[in-house]
Structures are given as structure tokens and as C-alpha cells.
Design a protein around this ligand. Structure first.
Ligand code: SF4
Ligand code: SF4
Length: 245
């Protein structure tokens, strides 16, 4: 068993600015505390970090590879760069891949105007893609009486799986398959509407950054909305779990 390392107060630089931090924090934590923007998609405050979307990669002096800021703990004397031309180019490339792997036609999406993928594309200046669209055709699961799951809009951020498992404790949702064939399933790949485990809490709808999981009854473009109090509640529940552990 590894001995528990004591938490220390350290200093590092982010984009040349000296900042203080606690040694148990990540680069992303410290950047956000200091008003420094690092784009994220799979990260959500309150959920266990997943490090899959690769949008939050940063440069760290001495490292030959880019590091995910949501998973990398700060260290004394670390020199972090969050906004170089190399990073801008890499992040746009990641977004291009996401836009071409599934069907993200914003003009006909229920999340238009409320979509984190769309917002990031605007923030990072992505106005076209250079890769061919794959146009996948996943089955839409509309069997649930309240929700719909459309894998054609999914970016595989895993937020819905983590909130369902770690916060709600139901573990109804999971990811099945690999690569471009990966998709969100309910229980053992059964109809969501037949799920004996789903509590109908709607947390998955609230954390989904795109229009991939949505509530029924909202059919028009731009009708998805986020209840911000739910996201804050998720973060608070995670803290309570930590305190109890
Ligand atoms: S509604 Fe709640 S229990 Fe059901 S799949 Fe979504 S997060 Fe899980
Ligand atoms: S359904 Fe939504 S929350 Fe779940 S993995 Fe796909 S994009 Fe992420």
C-alpha cells in the first residue's frame, strides 16, 4: 500500500504567471482558480476525471508530450503553457475529428445554442473541417417514457455513464464497442425503456454536453436547456462522498 503523501503548498508558473497551489490539485484546477481558460469536454466538476477528450492538453516544460491538465497534478516549479499555437492547432484538430465522426448538424439539433461542442468550436474559431464526414447511422433509442438517446450526436465523453454510476448509483448506462463503433447502451444493451435500474433522475440529460441525450417533449431546434442547479448539486454530492470516505 502506498503511504499517503502529505499535501504541500507549492508554486509553479502558468503562461509565465507565478501561481500558488496545493500539491493535490490538477493543472486544470489551478488554471481555473486563476482565471485561465483551458477547453474541456469530458471534464465536469463533480465527476471523476476521465481524460478522454484530449482538449485540455497543455505543454509542461521538460515533458516531450502534451499532458491532460485534468489528470496531471501540479508540482513545485512546474512551468505550464496553456495557449500556444501548437495547442490551438491540436485542439482544433480534436474538434474537427469530433465533428466528422458523428452527425453534428447544429441547425437541426435540439441542443443548438446550448451545446458545449458548438460553443467550443465558436471559442476556438473552428468554422470548417478538412476531413470527410463519416455519417454514421446509429439506432435512436426512444423507448424510455421520458428520455431519448441518440448515439449519432454522442461525443463519447462518458459524462452520462459516470454521473449515472458514481452520483446516482444506478449504473444503467455504459459504453459498448470500440473506436467509431462505440456507443452508449442501457444495462446489457437493452431498450432504455425496459431498464429495471434507471431511476429516471435525469442527471444524464443534464450533464450531456450535446444533444445526444435529451428529454422527450422537446422536439424543436434549440429547445434543450440545462438546469445549472443540477450540475452544482452533482459537484456537492461528490464532495459529500469524499468527506464520508
Ligand atoms: S435517468 Fe438517472 S438513472 Fe436513468 S440513465 Fe439517466 S442518470 Fe442513470
Ligand atoms: S450521451 Fe452525451 S454525456 Fe453520454 S457520452 Fe454521449 S455526449 Fe457524453
Amino acid at each position: 500500500m502506498n503511504p499517503v503523501q502529505p499535501v504541500q503548498i507549492i508554486t509553479l508558473t502558468i503562461d509565465g504567471k507565478p501561481v500558488g497551489a496545493s500539491s493535490d490539485e490538477t493543472i486544470l484546477d489551478v488554471a481555473r482558480q486563476n482565471g485561465i481558460f483551458i477547453p474541456t469536454l469530458c471534464f465536469l466538476d463533480g465527476l471523476i476525471s476521465y481524460g478522454a477528450c484530449r482538449l485540455c492538453l497543455v505543454e509542461v516544460k521538460g515533458s516531450t508530450r502534451l499532458l491532460p491538465s485534468c489528470m496531471t497534478k501540479v508540482q513545485e516549479g512546474m512551468e505550464v503553457v496553456t495557449d500556444s499555437e501548437k495547442l490551438k492547432s491540436f485542439r482544433k484538430w480534436v474538434l474537427e475529428l469530433l465533428f466528422t465522426e458523428r452527425n453534428h448538424v447544429c441547425s437541426v439539433c435540439i441542443a443548438n445554442g446550448f451545446c458545449e461542442l458548438q460553443s467550443l468550436a465558436e471559442a476556438l474559431g473552428l468554422d470548417h473541417v478538412r476531413l470527410p464526414y463519416l455519417h454514421p447511422s446509429f439506432t435512436v433509442d426512444a423507448t424510455h417514457d421520458r428520455f431519448v438517446s441518440d448515439n449519432n450526436r454522442c461525443i463519447l465523453c462518458n459524462r452520462c455513464v459516470r454521473v449515472c454510476s458514481d452520483i446516482e448509483g444506478a449504473h444503467t448506462l455504459d459504453i459498448m464497442g470500440r473506436g467509431i463503433h462505440a456507443r452508449i447502451i442501457s444495462d446489457l444493451d437493452n431498450n432504455w425503456g425496459d431498464s429495471p435500474t434507471c431511476t429516471r433522475c435525469s442527471k444524464c440529460v443534464q450533464v450531456c454536453p450535446t444533444g445526444a441525450i435529451k428529454e422527450k417533449g422537446r422536439r424543436s431546434v434549440g429547445e434543450k436547456f440545462k438546469r445549472r442547479d443540477v450540475i452544482a448539486e452533482i459537484a456537492r454530492m461528490r464532495e459529500v462522498k469524499h468527506e464520508e470516505a
